[in-house]
Write a protein that binds this ligand. Structure first.
Ligand code: GDP
Ligand code: MN
Length: 388
């Protein structure tokens, strides 16, 4: 789960990590008032669920409140396209107004879950800022990583080692040790899958400050944090992902034109692979999970059909716990409700499979049943070709 920069900074602040003073605003008038409050000179920062804003014109310095008003007015409602958003961009609805800071040097600091080691990994570089991706490619030796042992946790000597590698010394290095330890504490307490400060700066006056902040929460831990639901900005998310999460379904958008409904993540991966092997391109996949009801299957199917890129639907379900006739009913209910004539292939197995197939073949839908995954994939591709 994603949150905005201003929310991430509030959290960092609560862990004693220094952040600039600022205010989040939703109108240009508010932005101007916030600028006045900060003494006129300020940074105007578009809040979207993506990075790369600096290079895309989403971070600008204003020299007086009227200018903050002007910049904010231009940004509000605009779709900001950065290298992380895709060509549609993301709409700016909130703007953070912050005090300006005289930057001495920019650093990069993050803690993220490393799936390879299943551990938190600290990443630090003295070459932080908007070009960090470039540094990773051209000068990887300037990026330091440290895998954190969950049993011992992050020790202060390790944090000191990182601060020294960044080239810091004296009291700034000691401030950095505290900051790193606080960052790790924040990661654990808030169940973050990513906590990134880029840039972390040393100001000309010699203070450490998190100038930008990005937090991702681990979706599997959200149940432990009732407050996270309130923090989510649905305007920044794919509407189909939102409806899927309401029904506790996992929906992932992909680039092709075949909608896929599956049960279980492993089966989803296998389905995508076999589709691709047969020259099919998945538009998405929707995992209905283990014990889905007819209603849930129907909702899932409707969500798939709402994806504008979907030209055919491939269902691959192993009805171990779920009954195949219930799945068939869900599909028929959803397809007739939205008057769907797209080609559908259903590959399912499990209890009541014959009843399920009978329901489908007698439904009047443009549907074929298949007993095997490879055969099913071939069929959906063939059905699409014959329609074209
Ligand atoms: P991102 O491009 O989405 O990562 O947005 P950032 O919040 O990192 O802002 C981009 C860049 O703007 C930073 O790397 C800084 O160089 C610059 N920036 C942001 N705030 C300030 C500020 O208060 N003073 C100065 N001098 N630069 C700033
Ligand atoms: Mn940044």
């Amino acid at each position: 789960m994603n949150i905005h920069e201003y929310q991430a900074k509030e959290i960092l602040g609560s862990f004693d990590i220094p952040v600039p003073r600022g205010r989040v605003t939703v109108t240009a008038d508010q932005a101007e008032r916030a600028a006045k409050m900060l003494g006129g000179h300020c940074v105007v920062k578009a809040q979207i669920y993506a990075g790369g804003r600096g290079k895309a014109g989403g971070v600008k310095v204003a020299h007086h409140p009227e200018q903050a008003h002007e910049i904010a007015k231009e940004l509000f409602g605009k779709r900001l396209v950065t290298h992380q958003t895709g060509p549609e961009g993301l709409k700016v609805r909130r703007i953070l107004i912050e005090e300006t800071v005289e930057v001495g040097r920019e650093y990069y600091l993050s803690i993220t879950l490393d799936r390879q080691t299943s551990r938190y990994c600290l990443i630090a570089s003295s070459e932080g800022g908007v070009n960090i991706e470039e540094v990773a490619e051209t000068a990887p030796e300037k990026i330091h990583t440290l895998t954190i042992d969950p049993y011992t946790g992050l020790r202060s000597y390790q944090a000191r080692g990182v601060a020294l590698k960044l080239g810091l010394s004296g009291s700034i290095a000691e401030d950095c040790v505290q900051l790193i330890l606080n960052l790790y504490r924040c990661c654990l307490e808030k169940d973050c899958s990513l906590l990134e400060i880029n840039p972390l700066v040393v100001t000309k006056a010699g203070w450490l400050l998190a100038l930008d902040a990005k937090i991702n929460f681990d979706d599997n831990a959200i149940f432990r944090h009732w407050e996270y639901h309130e923090m989510q900005d649905y305007s920044q998310m794919d509407p189909l992902e939102i409806s899927a999460s309401k029904f506790d379904l996992a929906y992932i958008k992909l680039g092709g034109n075949i909608g896929c409904m599956v049960n279980g993540a492993g089966l989803a991966m296998a389905t995508l692979d076999v589709l691709k092997e047969n020259s099919g391109e998945p538009a998405n996949f929707l995992d209905v999970g283990g014990g889905a009801t007819r209603e849930k299957v129907a909702e899932a199917f409707k969500i798939i059909l709402q994806d504008k890129d979907v030209e055919a639907v491939f269902v691959n379900i192993f009805g171990g716990i779920m009954r195949c006739d219930v799945i068939a009913q869900g599909i028929i209910e959803a397809a007739s409700e939205v008057d769907c004539h797209l080609p559908i292939v259903v590959r399912m197995d499990g209890s009541q499979v014959e009843e399920g197939k009978k329901l489908l073949t007698e439904s009047g839908l443009n549907v074929q049943c298949s007993d095997f995954l490879g055969d099913g994939a071939k069929r959906i591709v063939a059905m699409m070709q014959s329609e074209a």
